[in-house]
Design a protein around this ligand. Structure first.
Ligand SMILES: Cc1cc2nc3c(=O)[nH]c(=O)nc-3n(C[C@H](O)[C@H](O)[C@H](O)COP(=O)(O)OP(=O)(O)OC[C@H]3O[C@@H](n4cnc5c(N)ncnc54)[C@H](O)[C@@H]3O)c2cc1C
Length: 555
């Protein structure tokens, strides 16, 4: 490879969004697309140095390993966070083809229709629910078949879990007893209620954006994928993006883009790369000796994330929860089942049951999401050694997060060196509403666990535990124990105001030929997990970039 490369489009980052773009923009077989990825290939045989790590990507429960595996994970530490007992939180992000979709918990959620209507209300023309629903559909292959809400034939496989657990069935019954509607499609007409999650899994294997979109497109001669390629900065000619400088195996390489540069490095890297390129808050950049090309104070601001709490119960001896299936002879049985039938424990996602609940009955829609799993961590081991292992006795976890937090943090570079991680300030629970909903969410978890349907299984509450009863005690528990659900967004927010970074066409304000297309452009966090919404954003962006008319609204 020479030291310059020419392409029509350069995409930085092969994550959920970047894989979609690489596929859609190169689909005509002619347009030259260069995709730069800081991590390696996700296929075990293509990357022998990380064969085992890559194996773990494709076996669904492997996320328990990739979650802390630096071979495929950036593992960003946050700053000490005052609202959560001054703790440093660890933020995993995928560093491999597929990005975070290669290491995520496999849950398929779109959010509420009103999330997108709110984006539109904030000034994002073309991003109301009726506008984005066709793009969720275009992305999707729904194994349940076509319906008013779902489509078949798209690149991203969406399936039901291969097995349901008796404790999980009882949790759903308990939720109904607690007053929630049974909801078998939380991605359909209405999100409220309790039911099983659907997963981005196909035939028992992870269906990441790399598997669904990128691998098939890599056969095209006009798509060039460079792995181990860290973008250092956007090359600018005045206020026009003309290429990207990147480092690869000790060399610095320049790539030029005839048409556009598209940043898809995710909610941490896209603002970092803009700042490194002189686009951001002037004072921050000047302080680091970076010449200011465009004053955009919103770059890196408006950081939002879901903050998850954990409530756990000890189940009665003899109950089979995931804890028992994960050890000894039962685990051997599950492994054999997986090897021959691609079913069972090894195909399961990070949570099995979804519940979307209103913290107050007068709300228009749910503001709490529960991730529920018939399993629990060994908290003593976690506290003593930082080691995440399932408990040896049977357990149940009901983990809530507020879906539309008001707290805002930020991401700012601390050095002009692209290899230095930026400061990440989450500011969890800094807004009073978030603290209020955290308390309500723990009470609701207890309400579900206390229903008759679970009494045959539940022995006692473990966490927060009987000593934690008052609102102050519940809040202290939330502050001391919660953590990320891995959904940072908003750091290059779309819109028109002084803090907007991109316009509704996802073009960086004030700079020609430069877009951001990833989770960072969401002006507000959606009410649910963020992989499917990010893929939707990239599907729609592909049409915007290619100048194609928007898909017609679904009938
Ligand atoms: C552990 C975990 C669990 C999650 N669980 C779920 C879930 O169950 N369901 C769900 O819907 N969502 C989940 N999410 C969130 C979801 O996966 C992300 O929101 C989504 O993947 C973000 O997509 P993205 O394209 O914005 O960024 P990413 O997918 O993170 O992609 C960014 C890519 O850019 C690359 N990159 C970054 N900087 C550079 C650079 N300078 N040069 C070159 N390449 C670069 C990265 O290596 C990465 O491959 C989870 C996330 C994590 C981390």
């Amino acid at each position: 490879m020479g030291d310059t490369i020419e392409a029509d489009f350069i995409i930085v980052g092969a994550g959920s969004a970047g894989c979609v773009l690489a596929n859609r923009l190169s689909a005509d077989g002619k347009t030259r697309v260069l995709l730069l990825e800081a991590g390696g290939d996700d296929r075990p045989l293509k990357e022998l140095s990380q064969f085992l790590s890559n194996m773990m990507i494709h076996i669904p429960v492997g996320y328990a390993r990739t979650l802390k595996d630096p071979k495929v994970n950036w593992l960003y530490p946050t700053e000490a966070d005052p609202g959560t007992s001054g703790r440093v939180h660890m933020w995993p992000r995928g560093k491999v083809l597929g990005g975070s979709s290669s290491i995520n918990g496999l849950i398929y959620i779109r959010g509420q229709h009103s999330d997108y209507d709110n984006w539109r209300q904030l000034g994002c023309e073309g991003w109301a629910w009726d506008d984005v629903h066709p793009y969720f559909r275009r992305a999707q292959h729904q194994e349940r078949g076509e319906s008013a809400w779902h489509a078949t034939g798209g690149p991203l496989n969406v399936s039901d879990a291969t097995e349901h657990h008796p404790v999980s069935d009882a949790v759903i019954e308990a939720g109904v007893e607690a007053g929630l509607p049974r909801n078998d499609d939380v991605n359909g007409a209405d999100q409220e209620g309790i039911g099983y999650y659907q997963l981005t899994v196909k035939n028992g294997r992870r269906h990441s954006a790399a598997v669904g979109y990128l691998h098939p497109a890599m056969k095209r001669g006009n798509l060039r994928v460079e792995t181990r390629a860290l973008a250092n900065r956007v090359l600018l000619d005045g206020k026009k993006a003309v290429g990207v400088e990147f480092s690869q195996r000790g060399r610095t390489i320049r790539a030029t883009a005839k048409r556009e540069v598209i940043l898809a490095g995710g909610a941490i890297n896209s603002p970092q790369l803009l700042q490194l390129s002189g686009i951001g808050d002037g004072e921050l950049l000047r302080g680091l000796g970076i010449p200011v090309v465009a004053e955009l104070p919103g770059v890196g601001e408006n950081l939002q994330d879901h903050y998850i709490l954990t409530a756990t119960w000890r189940l009665k001896p003899g109950t089979i929860s995931v804890n028992e299936l994960s050890r000894g002879i039962r685990f051997v049985g599950e492994t054999i089942k997986y090897a021959f039938r691609r079913k069972g424990l090894l195909t399961l996602s990070a949570a099995h049951i979804a519940a979307f609940v209103k913290s107050r009955p007068e709300l228009a829609s749910p503001d709490i999401q529960y991730h529920i799993l018939p399993a629990n961590m060994d908290m003593e081991r976690l506290a003593a050694k930082g080691d995440m292992q399932l408990d040896s006795a049977p357990g149940l976890t009901i983990a809530p997060c507020q879906v539309r937090p008001e707290s805002r943090g930020h991401i700012r570079i601390r050095s002009a060196d692209p290899a230095v991680y930026p400061t990440i300030v989450p500011n969890y629970l800094s807004d009073p509403l978030d603290r209020e909903v955290a308390i309500a969410s723990l009470k609701w978890a207890r309400r579900i666990a206390g229903q008759p349907a679970l009494q045959g299984f539940v022995q006692s509450e473990m966490m927060p535990g009987d000593a934690v009863q008052t609102d102050d005690e519940l809040l202290a528990y939330a502050q001391q124990t919660g953590g990320t659900v891995y959904h940072p967004v908003g750091t290059c927010q779309m819109g028109h105001g002084p803090n907007a970074v991109v316009d509704p066409q996802l073009r960086v304000h004030g700079i020609e030929n430069l877009r951001v297309v990833d989770a960072s452009v969401m002006p507000r966090l959606v009410s649910g997990n963020t992989n499917a919404p990010t893929i939707m954003i990239a599907e729609k962006a592909a049409d915007l970039i290619l100048g194609r008319p928007a898909l017609a609204r679904a009938a």
